[in-house]
Design a protein. Sequence first.
Length: 241
Amino acid sequence: MILFTCDIDWAPEEVIQDTIDFFSSYQVSLTLFATHDSKVLQKADTSLFEIGIHPNFNPLLQNKVENPQTSSPDIISELLLIYPQAKGVRSHSMTQSTILLDQFKNAGLLYDANHFLPYQSVVPYTLWNGLFRIPYNWEDDIHWEYGYDFEPGFILNSSNIQLWILDFHPIHLFINTKSAKQYAEAKAFYQQPAELMKHRNIESKGVRTFIKEVLDHLTNTGQSALTISEFIHQNPFRSRT
């Protein structure tokens, strides 16, 4: 089984819309973790797109918060005011701790998706507080950091890993990122979609072609994908609470 997730990371509306249109064209479900208020996400088809939150706790850790009274529950609450329907969380930079996990649960969230096990078998499980932990095992920027190419055969032909939970970023889908070098050259234009298009990789495989080939495979084999909440409700580990 393959599940798709996406970390918004403050992408501009046109770039987020590109991701929504891309998955809508396949009618494949996607779970998106939002960093900020987005009209595109607010109006996304809820039958295909699940919105979770992607809180940024880095300023707290780096002592860079504008208001020294800001706390991690404040950061969580601020995003939940924008997306009250959110059921899950993945922190920016995968920030996690036992304290945060309890705060996620106390905020009414169903699951945490912070645990990353690259290219390993993942087994969702229930935490001590009843929160479901959903590990994931592929991420676009980590893939190029390993120096791997963007051929998806290792996922499509995998026999020893039964569950792939993929994570990508709209910016990398938009410009078909293939390397850290390409992204570094484009990053200065992060909020300028027209300029970003000039940095789209059209010569070789990258994040966009990788995701497209996986989606094509699902379509051609008659498979579907679930949002994370749908996956939780359809699997027996839910009964371990």
